[in-house]
Design a protein around this ligand. Structure first.
Ligand SMILES: Cc1cc2nc3c(=O)[nH]c(=O)nc-3n(C[C@H](O)[C@H](O)[C@H](O)COP(=O)(O)OP(=O)(O)OC[C@H]3O[C@@H](n4cnc5c(N)ncnc54)[C@H](O)[C@@H]3O)c2cc1C
Length: 568
């Protein structure tokens, strides 16, 4: 058995930031990651990261309180306001820390970090590095983690948590390079495995953003919070759903329908293209449904041509490359065909502000966690921020937890049991190899069902059909077959093992969505079009049960801002 005092699962921005903080506190920490950390989905983030630096000429009087207000209003008042205040306050020093660590942010003429307008924000406060902000931040953090001496287990896939007498004591992982499952003993674990986008068939997320990290926590009894809130980004490429950053509209891009109208005028006359993502996605979907998509088809245009070649090449070079290579369209010359696409999981592992969960020794941070700072709708640029702010806090809290332990656990018996359970499960999948269910057919049905039944607009009848399908898939996945159980880089095994967890998370999204009889943020029901603060100003907690999720409610932390109607 391998042993480290603290194991961080995931080498994205949240995991790296947590590990660096814990290492600084003198704890022996290791990151286990399915991909080399620099290839995590954080590196795909384009548009930027929010902090009230007040560098932009139009944001001289910006403050963290205004950032907090925009975040809470954007969340449709479901965000916990104490957590939002913490994040927006910490934003300013943590961006300067990233700068001092070498992150190459774009700059204004006077040398200060540049900022651009983003959706739902009263001020231009999104700091950026061209349209590759996540890439720059991630590589800065990767260097920092290696410099700090964090141990790295790269290309290891974590398959389950080790829990002994109600305390988390490590993980079991598959070594992709050499083959075989190994136990990692630890005093504490931080889950930082990213979002669950790939439960949907139309996601902007990387293939590895499956939500399986959430599922591992869920299966041990840790509740998942607010799963029904799934963000659809307004501008994914038509054929691949690859993201065209909100920064494209921040730099002045237009959304146009078949009549050439800037249709956002009808839906958000003040904010126009920079309304929050939930509102913008619904507006696009409405244009499409009412027949004003381009050529009457299912998409609209993102038009950047008026920005000119120089601005596009300087500020949005990545967007241009992606549009050329994946859609065959050069935005300097043609408008880009786009559709709303699944983008972000507002929900996740229920944590407090220090990443702690109900399971002692188990913490979570980043997109797999739900603190909650995004409530029912996340503002663009707040997620990169969340990863570093709450990654740092989780790292510090887990380190303090480890250091306060009076004696180290001997988790070898629990570890042996956990490995045996993983191996039994693999054997069960192998027994079904010949006449079992095809896991890829199940996966496709899951992603199609989530896309079609739990999309931008929802209603009870459509969701009920989708939920029934998800229950059927849950039954079928128990009989899934695996042809090959050994060897190196056995991606077939990884994809099959995680599928059961993905279905449980998807079922949590579905059940939460059907249960919540109101419209709030990204959860928009045509049969319950209004927000209902009397009955629904509360979080959903989903608890795992083999027969399907049990839902409970949890109060929202209010106190700074009274819920108001949202207009933009
Ligand atoms: C295309 C795109 C653009 C975005 N743009 C922005 C933006 O401009 N601004 C913004 O604020 N937000 C943006 N976001 C959101 C933001 O990038 C993510 O929410 C954030 O980076 C997630 O970071 P993370 O550290 O939580 O997870 P990730 O970066 O997704 O990292 C997850 C890590 O977990 C590991 N992992 C997962 N499962 C396992 C397992 N079972 N075993 C071992 N390792 C595992 C992976 O290897 C990886 O290292 C964007 C997201 C996307 C998809």
């Amino acid at each position: 058995m391998i042993y480290h005092e603290l194991i961080v699962v995931g080498g994205g921005l949240a995991g790296l930031r947590a590990a660096v903080e814990a290492k600084k506190a003198g704890v022996d920490v290791a990151i286990i990651s399915q991909v080399w950390p620099g290839r995590s989905h954080s590196g795909a983030a384009q548009g930027g990261v929010n902090a009230a630096l007040a560098n932009h000429p139009e944001s001289a009087d910006d403050t963290w309180e205004k950032h907090a207000f925009d975040t809470v209003k954007g969340s449709d008042y479901l965000a916990d306001q104490d957590a939002v205040a913490q994040m927006t306050k910490d934003a300013i020093p943590i961006i300067y820390e990233m700068e001092h660590w070498g992150c190459p942010f774009s700059r204004f003429e006077d040398g200060r970090i540049a900022q651009r307008p983003f959706g739902g924000a009263g001020y231009p406060r999104t700091c950026y590095g061209a349209d590759k902000t996540g890439h720059y931040m991630l590589h800065t953090m990767v260097e920092k983690a290696y410099e700090a001496g964090v141990a790295m287990y790269v290309e290891w896939f974590v398959g389950r948590l080790i829990v002994d007498e109600g305390v988390c004591r490590g993980v079991v992982a598959y070594d992709m390079i050499s083959g075989g499952w190994t136990a990692f003993g630890a005093e504490a674990v931080i889950m930082a495995t990213g979002g669950a986008g790939r439960t949907y068939g139309n996601s902007t997320n990387a293939i590895i953003s499956t939500g399986f990290g959430m599922a591992m926590a869920y299966h041990t009894g840790v509740p998942l919070k607010d799963l029904e809130f799934v963000q659809f980004h307004p501008t994914g490429l038509l054929t691949t759903n690859i993201l065209m950053t909100e920064g494209a509209r921040g730099e002045g891009g237009y959304l146009l329908n078949d009549l050439g109208e800037r249709f956002m005028e009808r839906y958000a006359p003040k904010a126009m293209e920079l309304a929050p993502r939930d509102i913008t996605s619904r507006s696009i979907q409405t244009e499409i449904t009412e027949g004003r998509g381009i050529g009457g088809k299912g998409y609209v245009h993102l038009d950047l041509r008026h920005l000119g070649a120089q601005k596009i090449q300087e500020k949005l070079p990545g967007i241009r490359d992606l549009a050329i290579h994946f859609e065959g369209v050069d935005p300097i010359e043609e408008p880009i065909p786009i559709v709303p696409s699944q983008h972000y999981s507002m929900g996740g592992i229920d944590t407090d502000m220090d990443g702690a969960t109900v399971l002692p020794g188990f913490f979570a941070a980043g997109e797999c966690a739900c603190v909650s700072v995004h409530g029912a709708n996340r503002l663009g640029g707040n997620s990169l921020l969340e990863t570093v702010v709450f990654g740092r806090r989780a790292g510090a809290a887990a380190a303090a937890y480890v250091k306060a332990l009076e004696e180290k656990f001997d988790s070898s018996t629990a570890a042996r049991r956990a490995i045996a359970e993983v191996e039994e499960r693999i054997d069960r999948l192998a027994d079904n190899a010949v006449d079992g269910e095809d896991p890829y057919a199940i996966r496709l049905e899951m992603t199609t069902t989530m896309k079609e039944h739990f999309g931008v607009f929802r209603d009870a009848a459509t969701m009920r059909v989708g939920l029934d399908t998800m229950y059927e898939l849950k039954e079928r996945v128990a009989r899934a077959g695996l042809r090959c159980t050994v060897g190196v880089f056995n991606l077939d095994m990884i994809r099959t093992v995680e599928l059961e967890g993905m279905i449980d998370v998807a079922l949590g999204i579905a059940a939460g969505a059907l249960n919540r009889t109101e419209s709030r943020g990204s959860h928009s029901r045509t049969d319950h079009p209004d927000r209902d603060d009397t009955n629904w100003l509360k979080h959903t907690l989903a608890f795992y049960q083999p027969e399907g999720p049990r839902l409970e409610m949890k109060p929202v932390a209010l106190g700074m801002f009274e819920p108001q109607e949202r207009t933009y």
